[in-house]
Design a protein around this ligand. Structure first.
Ligand code: FNR
Length: 361
């Protein structure tokens, strides 16, 4: 690609050029037919605006807070695994970029770098994403390490009882790279000869009996607030509120788990209505533009998380690339708010967008 990237999608192109095919495929890929992967982005394109004119937008305020942590824009870093496959500094670079962007970073359970390294290299507000292992003492130890190291919340990923079938990783016989955080706790020594090593690794350690009752167990091992990631229905949103978690994250895992799950933006409103404002609803999946962020906010999200764009920035330019990607999304959101006539996040309402279902009414 010639010249400087001018949007997040161009960072993806640069990342594809920069990375070995196996690594790029791991980051980019989705499950099976990748129907949901395409839809996560395409569904945003079917939502249009109802902009208001002649509003004073000489000053735009995008600031908000999540669990009491103030951030200058409602855009945070989603948990994604194995950042060393994108850049040698791995999550240390990502965490530094989070601090430079004054945003929150959710550190993946499957990080290349340790909780301690990430904590000591960045002042960013950090949450820790958990997968629960068959040996509960190991999951508890990880949560407590995160808590001791100043992480502020636990994000329990609920959509990964087993790993989705990611055929690119199967074809590439994707091997599990070093996951230093798990060293001495969970063995990553698996055979990838038959297909995806990641799939074999998850099958080996993950407790697929995990269920709603286990939230109580999680509470018993930590004082941190708990967010449930992977909610796609009103039923589960109500359950999450019932069991008393502090936040719900609408996500289909970047379309890497159950293919033909709905595009997340098409179910956000259903979840928001079910939660009834009792806890914040955070959104992820397919955010590539500031206009996407605006649409998610209009449909009731408190904030959005971005997964792949962060990795593409990291792969291309390390810490500076992640900072640039976050800045691009923020700048685009600011412009969108100005052009839609919304000087603050509170001004963004359901009446500012037209969805597909609105058109069918
Ligand atoms: C993920 N995601 C993810 N989620 C999680 O809870 N734990 C994890 O370790 C990972 N790992 C991971 C790796 C890669 C390469 C991707 C692309 C995604 C899902 C992630 O948190 C988020 O839900 C999606 O990435 C959001 O979609 P976009 O922004 O990538 O479209």
């Amino acid at each position: 690609m010639a010249g400087e990237p001018v949007n997040v999608n161009e960072f993806e192109e640069l990342a594809r050029e920069a990375l070995p095919k196996m690594n790029y495929d791991y980051f980019r890929g989705g499950a099976e037919d990748q129907h949901t992967l395409r839809e996560n982005v395409a569904a945003f394109q079917r939502i249009t605006f109802r902009p208001r004119v002649l509003v004073d937008v000489s000053s735009i305020d995008m600031s908000t807070s999540i669990l009491g942590y103030k951030i200058p824009a409602p855009i945070v870093i989603a948990p994604t695994g194995m950042h060393e496959l994108a850049h040698p500094q791995g999550e240390v670079a990502t965490a530094r970029a989070a601090a430079a962007s004054n945003t929150i970073m959710v550190l993946s359970f499957s990080s290349s770098r340790t909780i301690e390294e990430v904590a000591s290299s960045s002042q960013a507000v950090r949450f820790y994403q958990l997968y629960v292992s068959k040996r509960r003492d190991i999951a508890a130890a990880l949560v407590q390490r995160a808590e001791r190291n100043g992480f502020k919340a636990i994000v329990l990923t609920a959509d990964t009882q087993r790993l989705g079938r990611r055929e690119l990783d199967i074809k590439n016989k994707m091997a599990v790279p070093p996951l230093r955080n798990l060293e001495g706790l969970i063995s990553t020594d698996v055979d990838s000869a038959g297909g995806s090593g990641i799939e074999a690794f998850v099958a080996q350690f993950k407790d697929s009996s995990l269920n709603w009752k286990d939230i109580e167990w999680l509470r018993s091992v930590t004082n941190l607030p708990i967010l449930i990631k992977g909610v796609l229905t009103a039923e589960d949103a109500r359950k999450a509120v019932e069991v008393g978690v502090e936040g719900v994250i609408v996500s289909n895992h970047g379309a890497r788990q159950l293919d033909y799950s709905p595009a997340t933006i098409t179910v956000l409103e259903e979840v928001v209505q079910a939660v009834k404002g009792k806890v914040p609803v955070i959104f992820d999946g397919g955010i590539r533009r500031g206009t996407d962020v605006f649409k998610a906010l209009a449909l009731g999200a408190k904030a959005v998380m971005v997964g792949r764009p962060v990795i593409y920035g990291l792969a291309t330019r390390g810490e500076a690339g992640v900072v640039r990607v976050m800045q691009m999304l923020k700048d685009e959101l600011e412009l969108t708010m100005a052009l839609a006539g919304c000087p603050t996040l509170k001004d963004i309402t359901r009446r500012h967008v037209t969805t597909e279902s609105d058109r069918l009414r």
